[in-house]
Each structure stands twice: as C-alpha cells, then as structure tokens.
Design a protein around this ligand. Structure first.
Ligand code: ATR
Length: 284
C-alpha cells in the first residue's frame, strides 16, 4: 500500500522487468515496518545521468543500479566508495540529503552469505578457486581478499582476462590459470571453496572440465546463479554430498545492505530468502 508518507526506493536498469528486487524490498519493508516502496525504473543508457540527477529533486532515498549502468555510473557520481572503485561497479546509490554516494554491496553480500552458509568449513584458511573473470568475479575476489583467503586462483576461458583481474585486484595472493588442464585439476583438488561466477548454468549448461570428484570432502561449492535454482554444477556438488549454495543468499544480503544504507534499518534476511526461494522454485 502506498501512502502519502511512503518513501521511494528503486532500481535503474534496462531491462528491469525480470528483477526480483521489488518483491525482495517489499519483504524488507514488511520486516522493518517501514513505509518504503521500491520501483523498477527502465532507464536507457543515455538517460542515466539525468535520472541520477533527479534523485534529490524527487526525494528518492536511493536506487540500485543494474545492467547496463553499474560501470558507467562510476564517471557520473561525485562520491564513490573505495570498494566500488576497486570492484569497478556501483550497485547502490544513496541520496544523503541531496548528495549522491555510489557504493557496491555485492562483495559484502557475498561474504556475509559465505559466512552464513559455510560457517565451519574452514574455507578462509585454504585456497579458493574462482571460475570466470567478468564483473561478478571482481566483487567475489574483493570479498575473498577482505576475508583474508591466503590464495586466489582465477580460472577463465580467456586467460588474459583472468590475468588482468589478478593484477588489478590480488597481485600478491592471486594466480590466473586457463579453464582446462593440469593447473585447473590441481586447483580443484586443493581448494577449500570453489565459486562459479561465469554465466554457464543460466541455461542449464554444465561447466566443461570441472570434475568435482577430485575435491576434498569438506570443499564448499558456491554458484552465483540462482535462477535456475540448481545448476548442473550445483547438482554435481549435491550428488557428491558437498556443502553448497546458490546465489540467492548473496542477492538478498546485498539487497539488505542497500536497504540499510538508504533507511538506516537492517531488514531480516531469513523470511525474505524463504519467500524468494518459494517463488523461484514454483514460479507459477
Ligand atoms: P558478469 O558481469 O555476470 O560476470 P561477464 O562480465 O560477461 O558477466 O562475464 C562472463 C564470464 O563467464 C566470463 O568469465 C566468461 O568467460 P570469458 O572471459 O572467456 O568470456 C564466462 N563465460 C561465458 N560463457 C562462457 C563459455 N561458453 N565458456 C566458458 N566461460 C564462459
């Protein structure tokens, strides 16, 4: 229910019609008892600057940014937090009494979810294998550095992209390898945590060359994809009885972090997770 006192939040993207964020933020409003509404705004790239500039005029508390705006907003906002600067993407814009601040809550959402999902697996003290070297991998690497993981191995089909990511984000602890061969096999067998950040699985594709039968019994498996709810990669982990999680928890925790930035209130994560899980498992 929108009232005269409702405060407006939203997301700028193009497209935005498939976003899970509106039902997620409706749940956050319910759990905090706040009168906020979260609106999907379709903003085309050439309108991003005007749309951001309108936030103070419209007293909108804040917005998320999604494809294709996360990187281009870096040039448009007067203040960008160091994490967003390093990750190279902004997913959260907050209107602080007329001043716009760009932040990135993906890394903290990911880290909070890892800690919640795998509290006793000891992954923090072992090497992590990251599959993929795109935008999502940047937030994951940033988070794992924050966690103090001793070694980060980044495997990517296009090896050069993995190498430049390692140079930019973890030159001291990182190593770039191709997505095949002996290096990949040894990284799989040594990892305490394996994270899929590639888009493979979105259309139910398997990850070629990833054989989880080689891992230690306690190796944690994380896939950033949450729709489909169980990718072939996660199915492989399930069949082997490995601890595993999809990216829904990261989605909800980055959203909760954004909501807290905008409203000063920390929403409860569990009921929102449950509701979105039901929705994804039974979309009808
Ligand atoms: P995002 O921002 O979601 O990370 P992205 O930047 O387009 O998306 O990155 C997609 C990732 O999935 C990349 O690591 C990409 O590998 P390349 O850098 O070699 O392109 C990976 N990826 C996509 N399709 C792939 C495929 N068919 N096989 C292997 N890796 C693939």
């Amino acid at each position: 229910m929108i009232s005269g006192r409702s405060q407006v939040l939203g997301v700028f993207g193009d497209p935005v019609s498939h976003s899970l964020s509106p039902p997620m933020h409706a749940e956050f409003a319910r759990s905090t008892g706040m009168d906020t509404v979260y609106v999907p705004f379709r903003v085309q790239p050439h309108h991003l600057e005007t749309a951001l500039g309108a936030l103070p005029a419209l007293s909108i508390l804040g917005v998320n940014l999604t494809v294709p705006h996360k990187e281009s907003a870096l040039q448009l906002l007067p203040e960008v937090a160091p994490a967003a600067q390093q990750i190279g993407a902004i997913n959260t814009v907050t209107n602080r009494a007329g001043d716009l601040v760009g932040e990135n809550t993906d890394a903290e959402g990911f880290l909070a979810d890892l800690r919640a999902q795998f509290p006793e697996q000891g992954w923090e003290g072992k090497p992590t294998l990251i599959l993929g070297a795109g935008g999502a991998a940047r937030a994951v690497i940033y988070a794992l550095r924050q966690a103090g993981v001793p070694r980060l191995v980044v495997a990517n089909r296009t090896w050069e992209k993995a190498r430049s990511l390692v140079e930019a984000l973890c030159p001291d602890t990182g190593e770039a390898i191709p997505m095949e061969g002996a290096g990949l096999e040894s990284a799989i067998s040594q990892a305490g945590l394996i994270v899929n950040t590639t888009s493979l699985g979105l259309k139910a594709e398997a990850l070629p060359g990833i054989d989880l039968t080689r891992v230690h019994a306690g190796t944690a498996i994380y896939d950033l994809i949450y729709n489909p709810f169980e990718t072939p990669f996660l199915r492989q982990a399930k069949d082997l009885g490995l601890p595993r999680a999809n990216g829904l928890g990261m989605l909800v925790r980055q959203g909760a972090a954004s909501y807290a930035r905008w409203t000063g209130r920390q929403p409860m994560v569990a009921p929102t997770l449950e509701r979105l899980r039901d929705q994804l498992k039974d979309p009808g």
